[in-house]
Write a protein that binds this ligand. Structure first.
Ligand SMILES: CSC[C@H]1O[C@H](OP(=O)(O)O)[C@H](O)[C@@H]1O
Ligand SMILES: Nc1ncnc2[nH]cnc12
Length: 291
């Protein structure tokens, strides 16, 4: 049995499984970058094979700084994934993006401090373009998938800046106000690292950001707590799954063209004929079409 799938789903806080998956199998994968966050769940969503991974593990035991991002993306690449749909809990930095709304960010600001966010180094140098960090065509598919889901009084906001902080403590009020003044729309702790690695692995990446709170800047709302996040996540996890299911059907029917799929074509500086066997083996899955 092969477990190849074109579409990978990474579930964040509150989304530890996809209820609609059928014919499921667990797959454990070891990579040159260590073990993945948890076993992958391989299964079918309305007939389309997908791979699901709980970013923090199914029992949520990994801090945002501890998530083995490189192993996760490498493993998805090795299983044939070309599109990653991420679902994440975020705080809102703007009044109009209300708790239980969905934001589809198209930009990031990096405030992480303690992560390795590249596969390169150790003899292989590459600089991928990251001006457009989210795959625009995948984002459009997800936006139209979201249109088909009844969110009640809540809204989908297409575009916006996701500020990625290190955590695990939430922001100070001074930071939250600063990020608002920078125009950031939502705040989270995971997606930028994933998006960078996905781009290096030539996988199209987009995220469904589920607003759970107003962080700590809003005078009329209590500051964010984990309790608040989980309560709201339970409320919109079903919506998120429906958006994902619709998006998967659309991608399967008409796989979007993505510039991410050729991101390394003009990015590698090192003469690959000169690299060591060790380096070659380490990045084989990512570099194979250029070796
Ligand atoms: C549960 S509180 C903060 C935690 O939630 C978000 O996780 P994810 O992006 O995986 O949904 C946020 O980034 C923090 O890691
Ligand atoms: N306010 C917030 N800050 C950082 N990550 C979050 N995830 C959900 N809400 C958050």
């Amino acid at each position: 049995m092969t477990f190849n799938a074109q579409i990978g789903i990474i579930g964040g806080s509150g989304l530890y499984k996809m209820s609609a998956l059928s014919d499921i199998q667990e797959i454990n994968i070891d990579t040159p970058f260590g073990k993945t966050s948890d076993a992958f769940i391989y299964g079918k969503l309305s007939g389309t094979p997908v791979l699901f991974l709980a970013r923090h593990g199914r029992s949520h035991h990994l801090l945002p700084s501890e998530v083995p991002y490189r192993a996760n993306i490498y493993a998805l690449k090795s299983l044939g994934v070309e599109y990653i749909i991420s679902a994440s809990a975020v705080g809102s930095l703007q009044e109009y993006a209300r708790p239980l709304d969905i934001v589809l960010p198209d930009q990031f600001i990096d405030r992480t401090t303690s992560r390795t966010s590249t596969f390169f180094g150790e003899g292989i140098v590459a600089h991928v373009a990251f001006g457009e960090p989210i795959c625009k065509s995948l984002l459009s598919v997800i936006a139209s998938a979201a249109e088909g889901v009844d969110l009640g009084r809540n809204k989908v906001h297409k575009g916006g800046i996701y500020l990625c902080m290190e955590g695990p403590a939430f922001s100070t009020k001074a930071e939250s106000l600063l990020y608002r003044s920078w125009g950031a729309k939502v705040i989270g702790m995971t997606n930028l690292t994933e998006a960078k690695l996905a781009r290096e692995a030539e996988i199209a990446y987009a995220t469904i950001a589920l607003v759970t709170d107003y962080d700590c800047w809003h005078d009329d709302h209590e500051s964010v707590t984990v309790d608040m996040i989980i309560q709201n996540l339970h409320k919109n996890a079903l919506n998120a799954q429906q958006v994902i299911q619709n998006a998967v059907a659309k991608i399967a029917a008409n796989p979007p063209k993505s510039e991410a799929h050729t991101a390394l074509k003009t990015s590698i500086l090192t003469d690959l004929s000169q690299i060591s066997g060790v380096s070659r083996d380490r990045l084989k899955v990512i570099l194979q079409k250029y070796l």
